[in-house]
Design a protein around this ligand. Sequence first.
Ligand code: AHR
Length: 495
Amino acid sequence: MADNARIKVDKNSVISDIDNRIYGSFIEHLGRAVYEGIYEPSHPTSDELGFRGDVIDLVKELNVPIVRYPGGNFVSNFFWEDSVGPQENRKKRLDLAWRTLEPNEVGINEFTKWAKKADTSVMMAVNLGTRGLPDALNLLEYCNLNTDSYYSELRRKHGDEEPYGIKLWCMGNEMDGPWQVGHKTAYEYGHLAAETAKAMKLMDDSIECVVCGSAHINMPTFGSWEKTVLEEAYDYVDYISCHQYFENKAGDTEDFFASIDDIDSFINTVTSICDEVKTSKSSDKTINISFDEWNCWYHVLEQDDEMMKKEPWGLAPHLLEDNYTYEDAIANGLALIKFIKHSDRVKIACLAQLVNVIAPIMTEKNGPAWRQTIFYPFLHASTYGRGTALVTVITSGTHDTAKHKDVTDIESAAVYNKEKDQLVLFIVNRCLDKTIPLKLDLSGFNEFTNVKHIALESSDMLITNSVSNEQVKPIERDGIPATLAPASWNVLIFT
Ligand code: AHR
């Protein structure tokens, strides 16, 4: 036993209403995300378009409100016209980002239909790597307009009478990264993104635009990139992106859990830069954050590099198929807590990705779809984390790890859902060897009588799930737990 943890929540101490899009995700034309992932025409559960029904069911279970598409690095050399119209006429292309053959069997016509079937909406990225403003405009016209003009008419010719109505648009992807095809300096990119967003909004003023921030917090240009890009694009965009992947290559679980606190400084730094530029421009618009790539990603990085080097240009290779451990699920739970706590400025977040590629959902070719360990914290947050985020005042012990000091033993977020009259606490005990007694002080919530406790608990940090063995899955109990198990994810639902 160790120090008590106390969490104080007050119904009147509100952070923000939560934008449901923080439970978004991402499908890129990469590996087996599309082909053999969402799309496998010969699969027994597939529909008339070739979409796997079992995958759609799992996506619906996760209740994902928005899915970013079609990349990622892929988008920076994506020729969208190749992905529309009669499938038999589509060009096969070489995808330079993942050194893969892109058959263009699934493209914009198909993906927009898949999104409808999966009860989600599309967040579309435009290619600002090898293409630019004119092609972004053509794509927007194709997707969103019902005019007598060429691209709008082309969509109708392709059988889609009604526009797709895509409301959220990414101005390229990770343009700060030297690995990006068509990588640019901050000024070059900021200017291009500004002009592209400006023109796109002239065509359709109902859309919102996301400008690229840094590919991760350790980029050498982090900070100066955001400032220069926003100085160019502030007036025309609505969100700036953050991307961050977590890893435990060192095999140090407590430091891995502590590293999720880096999200706080990432978000705080980027929002400060947004507000500094806002002040310098005397603008009354606030730019918020789209944290549109986040996850753990490290298990198969080297293997993937080898495969791309030695066996390029294959169709649907097994790339980025990390098999997630128990500790990855806890790390992801911590990240979700951070997004709830920063919901005043983080309005969109995308778990990268959704199917087969660093994903909560995996598929076997011609076989079942199954849930990785990381499926569960996302499921719980997406199911129970909608409403208003409340301040959690946490009093707990602290510990130091290899690279982080004064890490709180527990981390927690609270969400009140007014319609359901339901309070939910998400709590992680991030100590490996302490069972922590829990005390709650819930001011304004005394009328609750029913408490359900859902938890992930394990003493083995490295267990994984597989198609035939779900070793990591939630347990459910009634009542408030007296203690929190070491390295546990806990959801307390008060009704
Ligand atoms: O999600 C995998 C890749 O990670 C994306 O293509 C890219 O944007 C990021 O570097």
